[in-house]
Every structure is written in structure tokens, then in C-alpha cells.
Design a protein around this ligand. Sequence first.
Ligand code: SF4
Ligand code: SF4
Length: 132
Amino acid sequence: MLKKSANSAAWAMMANMPTRLKAEVAIKMLLAGSDETKRREIMHSVSERRRLTVPRDEIPWHPSIDQLACKRCKICLNFCPKGVYSEDSDGSIVVTHPHECVMLCTGCEGRCPEGAISFPDRKDFYKYVYYV
Ligand code: SF4
Ligand code: SF4
């Protein structure tokens, strides 16, 4: 599941890169082979080149939690490095900082054992991202 998430994130990232950058990344990925750490490092360095076409708080990209499915295990809360999730006073896990969510990241989605996390359709968000 984790590998699938990483690959789909890489694919989404590459889909809206200029051709020269896409070729550069493809070669680096080829050289990295199946080394997942190297592949992640490559995608991280590319993400530094990402720019948004409008301010982040105008872009509705963030996770949603199905509260009926959520078992409050806090895996998502502990995993997200951006502090998108918080624990409410009643113990429920909520999205309190939606605009801290990294554009096109879905890293937490595949980690939820209950399948309670969802994101909007990526294809509607490519227009908000370009690479330099
Ligand atoms: S990982 Fe899933 S089940 Fe666990 S707290 Fe987050 S949304 Fe709920
Ligand atoms: S997609 Fe990434 S940045 Fe967004 S909430 Fe999940 S782990 Fe955090």
C-alpha cells in the first residue's frame, strides 16, 4: 500500500512537469532502480521546484475524514508532518489546518487502516501547480 501511494504521488507530480524536467526525473528514477529511499529523495528535491498558480488558501486540496469509518487510531495525526490533523475534545480526529496539506500529497490516505481518508480528484488540481 505504501509503495502504491509513493508511486501515485510521483506520477501526479510528473504529470504536470515541463518535458525537460520530466526527462531529468525519469533518468534519475531509472538510476535509482527499486531503491525506495532514493526515489523519495528525488521526488522531494523536485517538489522544491514546485510553484502554485494562486495562493495556497484559495486551493481546496486537503483530506476529508469519514467520521463513521474512523476508529480514532491517530495514525494519520502522527504521520502527517504538516500538522493538518488534530484531536478534538471528544477524541475525534479532525482536519484543522487544511491549507497546510502539501499540494497533491496523499501520503496519509493509504496509511488509514479503515479507508476513512479521501481526497478530491487530482485531475482538477493540476492547473494549480507548475515547476521551475
Ligand atoms: S488513520 Fe484513519 S482511522 Fe485512524 S484516525 Fe486517521 S482517519 Fe481515523
Ligand atoms: S496528504 Fe500529506 S500533507 Fe496532506 S494531510 Fe496527508 S500526510 Fe499531511
